[in-house]
Design a protein around this ligand. Sequence first.
Ligand code: MG
Ligand code: MG
Ligand code: MG
Length: 306
Amino acid sequence: MTALVLGHKNPDTDSIVAALSAANLYRGRGIDVKPVAQGEPAPETAFVLKTFNLAAPEVVTSVAGQNVYLVDYSDLAQAPADFDKANLLGIIDHHKLGDVTSVAPVECYIQPVGCSNTVIKFLHDLYNVEIPKDLAGAMLCAILSDTVLFKSPTCTEADKKAAAELARIAGVEDMQKLGMDMFKAKSNLDGATPRELIFRDFKDFDMSGHKVGIGQLELTSLSMVTPELKAALKAELEVIKGEGRHSAILVLTDVMEEGSELLLSSDDPEVITKALNTTLSDKMWLPGVMSRKKQVVPFLEQAFKA
Ligand code: MG
Ligand code: MG
Ligand code: MG
């Protein structure tokens, strides 16, 4: 049976490209797999796939009865609803260990690096599997995206080394330019509803029994967010909170200024603002905050535990 290689809900570039690159790795080892995704590519990912002539993975919403490899997550909240009826074969990830489990031993490669594609590059070297030129370009973009051009505190030497090697395979001479072109594509706010913008890169977390949804929008400049758009995003966060969440948060990251503005709707806003070292106001600027995974989620989880 062909196994599925599946990234997380509201897929980002790393999760879509990781499905493609991990599929290349498994196939190179003689394992029959198919890359799939839990949604269509967002604008940044669409730019990456188009630049490197790659097709988007097929979208699946159900995995019952299937063999599955997970890439870029190991949380049930980010898996399809019927994941408990699937057979987990393996995980490649760079997040904190989640709550999926398995009936048989699982092949896991989880490393504290900036991007799943850094782990996947390492595994291609380990198993001696070749990376095609176009795929290498997309993997490079995934690293540039997840590490925000190597500026995120999640970025490690392993990410920089993998990126340099992938750039060489892909024939990319100017990584910074490729990265900026990609973030410009990501910063395109035209034609998207506030809801679409919030859900472009959105994750739900179970924090001590509280459902907390956190979206992140990385822009080349926050000046693109007009006061009208900001008001509309805040109003939509109210709606999203009302859909069974304790809190709905949007982290508006300014890639060039290297910090984020916090928008939130919460049953207890103070627990959020306190955890993130700010106070409730019209403009909550979090200097230096680039990473949801490292600079937002752990502090909130800690606050909800208390
Ligand atoms: Mg991801
Ligand atoms: Mg990732
Ligand atoms: Mg990200």
